[in-house]
Design a protein around this ligand. Structure first.
Ligand code: ASP
Length: 458
């Protein structure tokens, strides 16, 4: 039995939903279907989730919200009418919006419930449509499916005991259509995952029902070896390991949510990224282990929006508790860090800009000055990171030298290197304005030059 998840562009309009129905019915193993809210139909279009959030914010700020409501309803009206589904579905969606707005609950609860309407409606529409074309299908609410989560500081995490309940879905007849992106706490409160979180729902269902495969349908043919916005027509990746995918999706590979791998990984369920518009293509498989002879660099990930906090102090290596105090200050500020390369008297902590407001920065710097008495302390914004990712990378001779040579060929200074802690990646910190040229040069070195040499020797 397979779990197939369809992203926002796959359910963006009636034509896309028909493609989804074709995909679902073309393989009898596709039993559990997870859907996103309707996404963008074109580059300039809007996502239903964004519009629902805007609606909620306007309502909570006592601003006119009717226009947003109308836009959301218009999108669903178009879909329902083109699929020839009963009008009553639209009434249900609109009643739901009104009911949530009037709910006597906290703003967060209201917003969560509003956001979930996109996915919830998608699932109802798809299951109805499948029925009209003669397929036995039913809508299953995440609560009934058993997606019960813990909820702390805005973060929802699946409870391990949920999997048993989810497993029982296998006993239900027909195709089950489940909305992604949300679950329920033990006391029945609806909570959403982070943005793009329908991937997480799909992975949870796949782990729970012990699927033979978790298919993640999106709008790209596969995962690419590098960001296609930086390098034109990059190589497609056929196979990746979970670890490689984790590192790639962490830094700029937005095809798959970085929290979504965990449930599938824990239960060793293979994941396949596929294109709804070209389902005949093989896509990218994500598995536990790869054959050793496969190319050791799988891809080059990159992202901007990082800051580095550099601290130096003579004899730092002999000062017991220095690291604990430093990380304690970050913890008190509520800031998590990404990397922390260190030397005997220095330490650099890489933090995502989005986690570091000006106020938090000032707080952290002040406390370090006062409590750690450093020789130097420097915060630098505008940093980008590039990750060269691949299993076997640490044990292959020449990978690092090739990377540094490629970056220097692009005339880019490396601000920082972090290699060793992760077995599958090498991290380089560079200035944001140099990112594209460094990435292009690295891509050439690992993917183009190797290929042309291989061709030359044949
Ligand atoms: N609809 C949600 C979002 O836009 C979740 C998803 O599509 O996965 O973030």
């Amino acid at each position: 039995m397979k779990v197939s998840k369809f992203g926002g562009t796959s359910v963006a309009n009636a034509a896309q939903i028909k493609k989804v129905a074709n995909i679902v019915t073309s393989d009898p193993e596709r039993k559990f279907i997870v859907v996103s809210a309707p996404g963008k139909r074109s580059e300039e279009d809007f996502k239903v989730t964004d519009m629902l959030i805007q609606l909620g914010n306007c309502y909570l700020n006592n601003e006119p919200f009717e226009n947003c409501e109308e836009i959301v309803m218009e999108r669903f009206r178009e879909i329902v009418e083109e699929l020839n589904l009963p009008e009553s579905l639209l009434g249900e969606i609109n009643d739901k919006i009104k009911q949530v707005l009037q709910m006597p609950s906290s703003n967060t609860r209201k917003l969560n419930a509003l956001k979930a309407i996109g996915e919830d409606s998608s699932a109802k529409i798809l299951s109805e449509y499948l029925k009209t074309i003669g397929i036995k299908a039913s809508y299953v609410n995440p609560k009934d499916a058993g997606i019960i989560v813990s909820y702390k500081n805005g973060n929802s995490k699946i409870l391990p005991e949920s999997y048993e309940k989810i497993h029982q879905l296998r006993n239900l007849d027909g195709i089950l259509v489940i909305p992604g992106f949300f679950g329920y706490t033990e006391d029945g409160q609806l909570v959403t995952f982070s943005r793009g979180g329908s991937d997480i729902s799909g992975s949870i269902i796949a782990a729970g029902v012990k699927a033979s495969l978790y298919e993640n349908f999106t709008d790209v043919d596969s995962v690419y070896a590098v960001n296609p916005k930086i390098v034109k027509n990059p190589k497609k990746i056929n196979t990746l390991t979970y670890k490689e995918m984790r590192e790639l999706s962490y830094a700029g590979f937005s095809v798959f949510h970085d929290e979504a791998l965990r449930p599938a990984f824990d239960k060793k369920i293979p994941v396949c990224i596929k294109n709804t518009n070209k389902p005949e293509l093989p896509g990218t498989m994500i598995i536990a282990e790869k054959k050793q002879n496969q190319k050791c660099v799988a891809g080059i990930a990159s992202d901007t929006g990082f800051s580095s906090l550099y601290i130096s102090k003579y004899l730092m290596n002999q000062e017991v508790g220095f690291g604990r105090k430093l990380f304690g200050i970050l913890e008190d500020a509520g800031v998590s860090f990404e990397h922390a390369p260190s030397g005997i008297d220095d330490m650099t902590i890489i933090i995502r800009d989005s986690k570091l407001s000006k106020e938090k920065e000032a707080y952290i710097l002040k406390r370090i000055e006062e409590e750690l008495d450093p020789d130097t302390i420097k915060m630098e914004r505008g940093l980008a990171i590039v990750m060269v990712v691949g299993e076997g990378l640490v044990s292959t001779i020449g990978i690092a030298s090739k990377a540094t040579a490629a970056i220097s060929n692009a005339n880019v200074n490396i601000e920082m290197i972090n290699q060793g802690s992760s077995e599958v990646s090498m991290m380089f910190g560079i200035k944001s304005e140099n990112l594209d040229k460094a990435v292009r040069s690295l891509y050439n070195a690992y993917f183009e030059e190797v290929e042309s040499k291989e061709k030359a020797t044949v």
